[in-house]
Ligand binder design. Structure first.
Ligand code: NAP
Length: 242
């Protein structure tokens, strides 16, 4: 059976993607770092769609934890594989570069960039052997345009965009597609410190996006119908930047 794994599936955009994939009939594996209560809620919401849902906590930034969790999942599921991977787990720790601490730089790189590498490398092998896979990387407007105060975050998202394009060429022959979705400002915990009134003036569509709107794009890229799209970055930002 084909499963979908969403990293950072407990809240925000990751939760909305879990529910979209559940709607599409995929059994979902919900990864999270520490917020078990939120992850349980996502699991229950996914189950109401009539699919299996399970929690798989691990810190994407720690390679040993990633390996242990994914090997454990594979042992418990000898007849299944993860066919859809959504690399969504991410953090921001904003500071102007002149004042940025090593920890702020390294933690954002470890989670947003290295986490993408550890999880994707592990799951790629099975996708290539089975000759079907969908990898969807949640990047950001910040990685396309660059945003001041986010040199660490912009660097990780731009790096994942580069990796998306390179990996798409590596694995296309095995019918594995690799794409990125670049949201602008989406209403989640990550943006709750940003004043919507101030931003609305800058966004042509005059509002923050909803996690469900990002999930629609991710769901399409995960579908069989998107089989001829690979190496792409799709923006969803209310017209803020193209
Ligand atoms: P969020 O509401 O802050 O949720 C972050 C999710 O990532 C949570 O599920 C969290 O798990 C998980 N996570 C964080 N660090 C992790 C780690 N080391 N290992 C495993 N899971 C980890 O964020 P969001 O706004 O939904 O953002 C989701 C993705 O979209 C991120 O990659 C973000 O960069 C990107 N994005 C967001 C926006 C936006 O405006 N919101 C715009 C562009 C791009 P816990 O619940 O356990 O903490």
């Amino acid at each position: 059976m084909k499963y979908a794994l969403v990293t950072g599936g407990s809240r925000g955009i990751g939760r909305a993607i879990c529910l979209k994939l559940a709607d599409m009939g995929y059994p979902v594996v919900i990864n999270y770092a520490s917020n078990k209560a939120a992850a349980e809620e996502t699991k229950q919401l996914a189950e109401t769609k009539g699919v299996a849902a399970e929690l798989l906590p691990f810190n994407v930034a720690l390679p040993e934890e990633v390996e242990t969790a994914l090997n454990g999942w594979a042992t418990a599921h000898p007849d299944d594989y993860i066919a859809v991977l959504v690399n969504n787990a991410g953090i921001r720790q904003d500071a102007i570069m002149a004042l940025m601490q090593n920890e702020q730089w390294n933690e954002v790189i470890d989670t947003n960039l290295n986490g993408f590498f550890y999880v994707t490398r592990h799951l790629l092998k099975n996708m290539m052997t089975k000759r079907f896979g969908r990898i969807i990387n949640i990047v950001s407007l910040s990685g396309l345009k660059g945003l001041p105060g986010q040199t660490n975050y912009s660097a990780t998202k731009a790096a994942v965009i580069g990796a998306t394009k390179a990996l798409a060429q590596e694995v296309g022959a095995r019918k594995v597609t690799v794409n990125a979705v670049a949201p602008g400002f989406i209403a989640t915990d990550m943006t709750k410190d940003i004043d919507p009134a101030e931003m609305k003036r800058l966004i042509p569509l005059g509002r923050f996006g909803e996690p469900e709107e990002v999930a629609e794009v991710a769901g399409f890229l995960a579908s069989e119908k998107a089989g001829y799209i690979t190496g792409e970055v799709i923006s969803i930002n209310g017209g803020l930047y193209t």
